[in-house]
Structures are given as structure tokens and as C-alpha cells.
Design a protein around this ligand. Structure first.
Ligand SMILES: *[C@@H]1O[C@H](CO)[C@@H](O)[C@H](O)[C@H]1NC(C)=O
Ligand SMILES: *[C@@H]1O[C@H](CO)[C@@H](O)[C@H](O)[C@H]1NC(C)=O
Ligand SMILES: *[C@@H]1O[C@H](CO)[C@@H](O)[C@H](O)[C@H]1NC(C)=O
Ligand SMILES: *[C@@H]1O[C@H](CO)[C@@H](O)[C@H](O)[C@H]1NC(C)=O
Ligand SMILES: *[C@@H]1O[C@H](CO)[C@@H](O)[C@H](O)[C@H]1NC(C)=O
Ligand SMILES: *[C@@H]1O[C@H](CO)[C@@H](O)[C@H](O)[C@H]1NC(C)=O
Ligand SMILES: *[C@@H]1O[C@H](CO)[C@@H](O)[C@H](O)[C@H]1NC(C)=O
Length: 310
């Protein structure tokens, strides 16, 4: 019994060795990976091979690992709900979900500063570089990560601390900025939503926190919505479209999607519909398909893996 096992193990080991010794390309790859060779390492490989996608990680702090999980799927937009309480911007969906440790700074700003430091090495090769820093995605350094900050507490009170919290990113020139008539896209595009006050964002000069505009109300005669104020416009899917994803979408529902998307695009603004059906999966995917075909720019999702493979 024991001897049979030993023979089996010996055979398996010998076979393993044989495989390693064959001079195939796969064996060479395996050996090099095993060797941890410096030839296989380069500074900006944190997001190596990850293709950025127009996916929005809805309530991103719900993921097991906020921000990083989204980046691992190439998700180019993440959402953080902030509550300004006792001088700190806490992250969570409701008061009961808040902790002292989970803050805008600890979950988003500091990780982003660290990632961007990695994507922007300072060495003899980079000394002559000018312009904005590389973004978080190695494959597409000019892709800006959208950081959607949903203010849950009073917008007029929460705005100043949010602007203050962005300072570490501002210091490294990593924030998309509208200044003196020019929009300069950088690694991170910060957009306020929820209670973010329109007047407060309009008054920013330079402006490096933008406003999530109301997608169904872009022709409001009192406000000039354009990409310098709002790179993004969003609406609740249910009242704006309402199609469940089962059966055929009506002409009126499809016309609404098309109208809202066109209203955004004529202003250079990207369109997002939130709270789309999540189940059944077939219905979820039918809605995603109709939205993308109609030109909606961001898929607003909870299931990052499914969306990244859609
Ligand atoms: C691989 O090499 C890098 C430096 O090139 C080093 O930081 C890392 O610890 C090494 N990993 C292992 C598993 O040896
Ligand atoms: C806010 O500060 C007050 C006074 O210092 C303290 O009693 C309270 O526990 C604090 N609340 C939170 C959520 O930190
Ligand atoms: C940077 O510019 C200097 C001066 O023009 C030049 O000598 C050097 O080769 C450049 N470095 C790189 C990495 O291109
Ligand atoms: C925020 O401030 C603006 C004026 O700057 C005011 O019009 C608005 O009503 C305020 N909003 C709230 C919720 O207090
Ligand atoms: C702002 O832009 C105008 C015209 O584009 C230019 O003349 C002016 O010098 C700029 N001001 C600053 C402070 O850059
Ligand atoms: C189209 O949008 C308008 C404005 O948001 C809304 O009132 C209407 O109910 C929508 N129509 C459909 C069919 O969803
Ligand atoms: C749904 O649309 C398809 C294709 O346009 C059509 O063949 C079918 O009859 C429609 N179904 C219903 C219930 O209207």
C-alpha cells in the first residue's frame, strides 16, 4: 500500500521534472516566472495588461477591497459616498455602516496617491517628461479615472472638506482641472454628486471638482451644462426609461434613452443611467445592451466581473 503510493509519487515527480526539462516555450516561461527575473519587471506594471472599460463601480466601497478590485477589472469610474461628521469624511452607504477608519482619505485618496507614484517613476528616463502624470492604467496612461464623490451630508457644508481632501492629488497635478477657459484632463477626474451644490461647483476657479449633471434636465434654461462643469450627467433609470429588460422595449422608452444620451453628447457630456435592473441576469444584460447601443457611456454596475466580461 505504502510502496504503491511511493511509486506513484515518484512517478509523478519524475514526470514533473521531465516536463520542466523539455525545451518548450511554455517551460521557458514557467522557469522565467519562477526565477523572479528583473527582466520581467518594470516600474508601471501595477495594472499590467488591464484594459480600461467604461464601467462605473456603483457604491465601490461595498467591494471586498474598494478601489483596487475595480482597477483589477479595468473599471474606470468608482463611487464613494461621503459623510462629513466631526471634521472627517467617512465612507459608507448609511450612518450604520460608518467606521472611524474608513474615510475618503484612507480608502481612496492615499491609495490613489501611492498608485500614481508607482505609475510615474522619477528616474533618468522620465526627467524630460512634461504634461499630466500617467493615470492608473498602465495600458492607457491618458485614461482618467473618474472618482465620483456622492455627498450624503449637507452639500454646502461638505464641499470645502471634500476640496481639502483632494489636496494630495492636486499637489501632484493629478486632477482634471478647468482653469481660465481651458480644460486639462489628468489622471483623476473628481465629480461630485448627491448633495453636491451646483452653485458651489460653478463658483470654483480653478475647478477640479465637477458636477454630476441631471441627465433628464440638461436643457434647464437657468444652467449652462457643459463638459467644463459636468463631464458626467446621470439619471435614475426607472423614471427615465423604466423598461424591465423583459419583452420588447417600447418606442417611447427607447426614444427617451436616445434623447437623453443625445442631450448629453451635444454638450460633450457622458451619460450614465443608474439603478438599472439587476435581476434576472438576462434582463440586466438586455438593458445594458440597449443602453450601450443607444450610446450611453457608462455602465453603472455592482457586479464588476460580469460587466467587465460583457
Ligand atoms: C522579486 O524581485 C523583486 C525585486 O526585483 C523583489 O522586490 C521581490 O521581493 C522578489 N520576489 C520574490 C518572491 O523573490
Ligand atoms: C463627535 O464629537 C463629539 C464631541 O467630541 C463626540 O461626543 C461624538 O462621539 C463624536 N462622534 C463621532 C461619530 O465621532
Ligand atoms: C533629456 O533632455 C536632455 C537635454 O536635451 C538630453 O540630453 C537627454 O538625453 C534627455 N533624456 C531623455 C531620457 O530623453
Ligand atoms: C447652499 O448655498 C446656496 C448659496 O450659495 C443656496 O442657494 C442653497 O440654498 C444652499 N443649499 C442648502 C441645502 O442649504
Ligand atoms: C487666460 O486666458 C486668456 C485668453 O485665453 C489669456 O489672455 C490670459 O493670459 C490667461 N490668464 C492667465 C492667468 O493664464
Ligand atoms: C421619458 O422621460 C420623461 C422625463 O424624464 C418622463 O416623464 C417619461 O415618463 C419618460 N417616458 C418613458 C416612456 O419612460
Ligand atoms: C418584439 O420585437 C420583435 C422584433 O422586432 C418582434 O418580432 C416581436 O413580435 C415583438 N414582440 C412583441 C411581443 O411585440
Amino acid at each position: 500500500m505504502l510502496s504503491t503510493m511511493i511509486v506513484a509519487i515518484t512517478l509523478a515527480l519524475t514526470r514533473g521534472l521531465e516536463v520542466l526539462c523539455k525545451a518548450t516555450v511554455f517551460n521557458q516561461i514557467a522557469m522565467l516566472e519562477e526565477s523572479n527575473s528583473t527582466l520581467l519587471q518594470y516600474p508601471t506594471q501595477f495594472t499590467q495588461n488591464i484594459v480600461p472599460k467604461q464601467i462605473h463601480s456603483h457604491n465601490d466601497y461595498w467591494r471586498d477591497v474598494p478601489l483596487l478590485e475595480a482597477l483589477s477589472f479595468g473599471v474606470a469610474s468608482v463611487e464613494a459616498d461621503v459623510w462629513y461628521i466631526n471634521g472627517t469624511l467617512h465612507i459608507g452607504h448609511e450612518l450604520g455602516a460608518l467606521t472611524a477608519a474608513r474615510t475618503l482619505d484612507s480608502l481612496y485618496i492615499q491609495p490613489l496617491v501611492n498608485i500614481l507614484a508607482g505609475q510615474n517613476p522619477v528616474n533618468a528616463f522620465t526627467t524630460n517628461l512634461t504634461g499630466p502624470p500617467n493615470g492608473v492604467f498602465d495600458m492607457s496612461g491618458t485614461t482618467s479615472l473618474q472618482l465620483l464623490i456622492c455627498m450624503k451630508t449637507d452639500g454646502n457644508i461638505t464641499l470645502a472638506p471634500v476640496l481639502q481632501a483632494l489636496e494630495p492629488l492636486r499637489q501632484i497635478n493629478a486632477l482634471t482641472t478647468f482653469d481660465n477657459g481651458t480644460l486639462s484632463v489628468s489622471a483623476i477626474t473628481a465629480v461630485g454628486t448627491g448633495n453636491t451644490p451646483l452653485e458651489g461647483i460653478q463658483a470654483l476657479s480653478p475647478r477640479d471638482l465637477f458636477l454630476d449633471a441631471p441627465l433628464t434636465d440638461l436643457d434647464d434654461p437657468d444652467v449652462t451644462y457643459d463638459v467644463n462643469l459636468s463631464p458626467l450627467a446621470s439619471t435614475d433609470y426607472e423614471p427615465a426609461v423604466g423598461w424591465s429588460g423583459i419583452g420588447n422595449i417600447s418606442d417611447a422608452q427607447l426614444a427617451n434613452i436616445t434623447k437623453f444620451v443625445n442631450d448629453a453628447h451635444t454638450r460633450g457630456i457622458k451619460a450614465r443611467f443608474w439603478d438599472t435592473p439587476g435581476w434576472p441576469i438576462q434582463a440586466r444584460h438586455a438593458v445594458w445592451e440597449v443602453l450601450l447601443n443607444a450610446g450611453a457611456d457608462w455602465l453603472n454596475v455592482d457586479d464588476l466581473e460580469a460587466a467587465s466580461q460583457f
